[in-house]
Design a protein around this ligand. Structure first.
Ligand code: ADP
Ligand code: ZN
Length: 531
């Protein structure tokens, strides 16, 4: 684009129509784009699938020069660039997967002003050669995607992100937009500080989807449970059923079909033709059920999906939110239904242990899983817990429209137990300047003289052995639920436990802590035989 053209709202909207083929902006997109096009910095918190990409792609197209997008998702760059090129956008990327020649082509295009968008891996910006290259071209906007990666105690911390503060110093006239789908209040502040964006305007889209009813039921005979759910509440309506494996996708689709529900499978093992046919039937028809792995749904924008069902536990709250978010785009009431059981936990833990990722990856995956489990186990409103997870107002009132609101689960008064856990964390930190994970905290509470307890003299703490009334697994349940309620937080690589702002209210006895009763052990468990 050319600076002499008018930069009014008109041009952003025209670009939305002409390039992307959409009718209107969604939610905050328009305000964000207007602000950045006018040269302002922005920090954007928006749910996955909310439409963050357009927030920088349109300013990049409207303002003169190339939009530089910093993204840690190297594996996605090729796809993103291909998708943009298919729309006629001149896009390129630079990362470690390219050879020298490929990179030189992109560099030449950038210098010649032939790129609208250039995707860069953050580590590229540590290289003087990259910075020099950028200095020799014209940049319209810097977009910092997955901006929470700059937060040092977050699950996804990337040291390379710390160097991104130089962008503002070196290119003070180029607007910057930092985007993320996950950010607590504290992370939001950290993003602003570490990226050096004190003047940035903050945009926080609501993560709330009031027309979706969240329900998580104990898993008994999942296929039958699903069938009654569909028959009783969503007969003849379109929806998605998510399963973990291709095999269970096939079996579930068959089962539903046999029982008079129009259902088709969708997973990466089917040939491209079948997949495309099933997808287009789903988009066209009114009452088709697609049984799918998570391969299904990317970029699907069907407004009248009435339910999303999970027969297996998603790996993270982000995944759960994104998948359930495909329901009810038309604003009409819809259901997010999940069957969840002990086996899910076992299965997911095994998957993490058997994964090829390194130790840090496994720890991140475990933390993600714990948050998902906490959502399953909460005694509180699922919606407010979901919103709190994404860093939105933790005081959101109960919604009255989720299963825990409609049928409150049995709870016990965990106030004293919570105080014991929190005091242990406080003692370690105040008296010893130490932080530890759940295992050590529970060992201290139970008064166990393990090697690690002895090593750190933790049997000398006044809290040593104050929690013998509960079992180890009950204590782990307490810790997990405190994490879920935001009364305790996990920090850093080692998953150490730390207090949150809200912890004080428990320690000062200003509030009670109701905890959900732990689900009973399965009858067939062999570990119950008293060994
Ligand atoms: P995010 O990066 O926030 O996860 P995306 O930018 O990938 O989300 O957008 C999610 C989906 O929504 C994409 O398929 C995108 O094309 C679509 N989308 C975004 N904005 C609009 C809009 N204004 N109108 C219609 N579809 C949109
Ligand atoms: Zn609720």
């Amino acid at each position: 684009a050319d600076m002499t053209e008018t930069l009014g709202d008109g041009e952003a909207l025209a670009t939305l129509h002409r390039v992307f083929g959409y009718d209107a902006f969604r939610g905050e997109q328009e305000a964000i784009i207007e602000h950045v096009v006018a040269g302002g910095d922005a920090v954007v918190l928006m749910p996955t699938g909310g439409g963050k990409s357009l927030c920088y792609q349109i300013p990049a197209l409207v303002r003169p020069g190339t939009g530089v997008v910093v993204s840690p998702l190297i594996a996605l760059m090729q796809d993103q660039v291909d998708a943009l090129r298919a729309l006629g956008v001149r896009a390129g990327f630079m990362n470690s997967t390219q050879d020298f020649d490929e990179r030189r082509v992109v560099e030449a295009e950038f210098l010649a002003g032939e790129l609208d968008l250039l995707y860069l891996a953050p580590e590229r910006l540590r290289l003087d050669s990259t910075r020099d290259l950028l200095s020799r071209g014209k940049i319209s906007v810097f977009a910092i995607d997955e901006a929470h990666c700059v937060a040092q105690w977050g699950h996804d911390f990337r040291p390379d992100y710390l160097a991104l503060s130089l962008l503002g110093e070196r290119w003070p006239d180029v607007p910057r937009i930092a985007l993320t789908a996950t950010a607590t209040r504290a992370t939001h502040k950290e993003i602003t500080q570490r990226l050096g964006m004190p003047k940035a305007r903050h945009f926080e889209a609501s993560f709330d989807r009031p027309n979706i009813q969240y329900r998580i039921v104990p898993k008994a005979d999942p296929k039958k449970q699903l069938l009654s759910f569909l028959r009783e509440e969503h007969a003849g309506e379109a929806g998605i059923v998510y399963c973990l494996s291709r095999n269970s996708v096939e079996k579930t689709a068959e089962f539903l079909s046999r029982n008079g529900i129009e259902a088709v499978p969708y997973h990466a093992g089917l040939d491209a033709g079948t997949r495309a046919a099933h997808q287009s039937r789903f988009l066209r028809e009114e009452g088709l059920v697609v049984v799918a792995t998570i391969a299904f749904g990317m970029g699907i924008d069907k407004p009248d999906v009435r339910f999303v069902a999970h027969l297996d536990l998603p790996k993270s709250v982000e995944g759960y939110y994104q998948e359930t978010g495909r329901a009810g785009r038309d604003g009409l009431s819809s259901t997010a239904w999940m069957a969840y059981g002990l086996q899910d936990v076992v299965q997911q833990r095994k998957l993490i242990q058997g994964s090829e990722g390194d130790e840090a990856f496994r720890r991140r995956a475990a933390a993600h899983l714990d948050s998902m489990l906490a959502l399953c186990e909460t005694a509180h409103c699922r919606r407010s817990q979901l919103l709190a997870y994404f860093g939105q107002d933790p005081h959101t009132p109960a919604c009255g429209n989720c299963d825990t609101c409609l049928t409150p689960p049995e709870t016990w008064d965990g106030t004293v137990a919570a105080q014991k856990v929190l005091s242990t964390v406080v003692r370690l930190q105040r008296e010893r300047g130490q932080k530890f994970g759940a295992v050590q905290i529970v060992d201290i509470l139970l008064g166990r003289r393990t090697a690690r307890v002895i090593q750190f003299d933790h049997d000398q703490l006044s809290v040593f052995g104050i929690g013998e009334e509960l079992s180890e697994s009950e204590w782990r349940g307490v810790v997990r639920q405190l994490l879920a309620q935001g009364l305790l937080a996990v920090e850093g690589e080692y998953g150490t436990l730390v207090l949150t702002e809200a912890s004080g209210t428990v320690l000062r006895r200003e509030r009670e802590v109701p905890l959900r009763k732990e689900p009973p052990k399965p009858v067939t468990s062999r570990s119950g035989s008293g060994s």
